[in-house]
Ligand binder design. Structure first.
Ligand code: HEM
Length: 423
């Protein structure tokens, strides 16, 4: 691992490990990544290169020469419909430099730790309401009953959308997420129609909130002002869409991963049941141990020297969070073990929310969602156990990954008890 620093050389002249195709839960994943990571920080992989070690993933995310490569990888996968591509990646991911700083500044307060904490009570009540429907039966399908509707309900609540309209949002997110789960080409008409309906709805909601302000994110964004600068209607529309899309599939898939990981480690489950103050640490550890977002695409339009490598113009790379999140440089020799009491020995913690200027805007909100869901399930579903098995999405790669079906049994329970001790 202790390489001497060498002068940068063209990537084609360097003897790099080659990553085979493997699934995110492949039992061999840690071994495959470990072997490659020990040889070099970079590997060849399908469609380009993969960055494996923690320091290089962090450095690349912080380096402004590496920009979002989402659209390049979609184009290379044969998706060329401009109506679809022009909306991607979201305005935050697309923007760089002063434009990006301006956008982040205007929305910073709403997405701060304090901003997220304001929604904890709503989240807890909403989860309780969902569990009330299945509590007496002692049986649930966690995806359908909880993880699928919950993140969309949270975003609707953030935006101040009336509850009677939530079903519309459930439909739009389901259609738009055909991007990750289905055949994008075949679903294109449905995806574009959902975009259009969402645009129209949000435009009307913006008009309403301009006339009658509410106590919600949309009103906050309408009123947000930095040195006389305000967001235009089109910007507001695209921010709402960005938040809805960036904040739903990511969270629902991570909820499944977090719960499955905890239930599959009975010793860690027992620790959590005995000491709920470990919940925030368990959420952080589950994000590290198995992430719904496996990494991010990065792209260099120009020839670029980075560390000991020169990438030619038009190179597509993938930063690999799964590998960086178990890099022993940061996590020690037992990095591949799930331990809810773990503290990182160095670095900036797990990288599942990214790092640097594009670090996840909704990380504080997602953390509260994960904490409340884990705590409430453990509290309200005593003796919870996976009923048969969890069914996982087949797809690996750069897209979101997680559970499709997650049946559980538990001791039938009584209505919600609100005064549990946590947070
Ligand atoms: C467990 C759930 C989540 C995960 C794993 C996740 C992951 C990520 C990652 C890795 C990035 C960085 C992308 C890059 O560097 O190219 C990102 C950006 C972003 N996320 Fe999340 N996210 C989650 C939840 C949310 C939520 C709940 C929201 C909104 C409420 C949200 C909104 C955003 C936005 C707007 C960006 C773009 C930030 C920018 O470019 O400046 N995310 N997310």
């Amino acid at each position: 691992m202790n390489e001497t620093v060498t002068a940068p050389r063209p990537v084609d002249e360097i003897d790099l490990p080659v990553l085979p195709r493997f699934g995110p839960r492949d039992p061999a994943r840690f071994e495959i990544l470990r072997e490659a990571r020990e040889r070099h920080w970079l590997a060849r992989s399908e469609g380009g290169f993969t960055v494996l070690r923690y320091p290089e993933v962090v450095a690349m995310h912080r380096d402004a020469r590496f920009v979002n490569g989402g659209n390049v990888s979609l184009r290379r996968a044969g998706i060329t419909d401009e109506r679809f591509l022009s909306r991607r990646p979201n305005p935050f991911l697309r923007a760089e430099g002063a434009d990006h700083k301006r956008l982040r500044k205007l929305v910073a307060a709403a997405f701060s730790v304090r901003g997220a904490e304001k929604h904890r009570a709503f989240m807890r009540a909403e989860i309780d309401r969902m569990i009330d429907r299945v509590a007496a039966a002692g049986r649930a399908e966690l995806i359908e009953d909880l993880f699928d509707p919950f993140p969309t309900a949270v975003i609707c609540e953030l935006l101040g959308t009336p509850r009677e309209d939530w079903q519309l949002f459930f439909g739009w997110t389901r259609d738009i997420f055909q991007i990750y789960t289905g055949d994008v080409g075949a679903s294109m008409d449905r995806i574009l129609a959902a975009h259009q309906e969402l645009d129209q709805y949000v435009e009307e909601l913006i008009e309403k909130r301009r006339r009658v302000p509410g106590d919600d994110l949309l009103t906050e964004l309408i009123q947000a002002e930095e040195a006389g600068d305000r967001l235009s209607t089109e910007e507001l529309q695209s921010i709402v869409e960005a938040v809805l899309l960036a904040g739903t599939d990511t969270t629902r898939t991570q909820l499944g991963i977090t719960l499955a990981t905890v239930l599959q480690h009975p010793d860690q489950l027992a620790k959590l049941q005995g000491d709920p103050s470990l919940i925030p640490g368990a959420v952080e550890e589950s994000l590290r141990f198995l992430s719904s977002v496996g990494g991010q695409p990065r792209y260099v339009p120009e020839e670029t020297a980075f560390k000991d490598v020169i990438f030619p113009a038009d190179t597509l790379l993938q930063t690999n969070f799964v590998s960086a999140n178990v890099d022993p440089l940061i996590w020690g020799d037992d990095a591949e073990r799930f331990d809810v009491s773990r503290k990182p020995t160095a670095g900036n913690g797990q990288l599942t929310f990214g790092i640097g200027r594009h670090i996840c805007l909704g990380a504080s909100i997602a953390r509260v969602e994960l904490e409340e869901m884990l705590a409430t399930i453990l509290w309200r579903m005593p003796n919870i156990a996976i009923d048969g098995g969890v069914e996982w999405r087949a797809q690996a790669g750069a897209g979101m990954w997680g559970a499709e079906r997650f049946p559980v049994t538990f001791a039938p329970s009584t209505p919600a008890i609100q005064d549990r001790e946590f947070a």
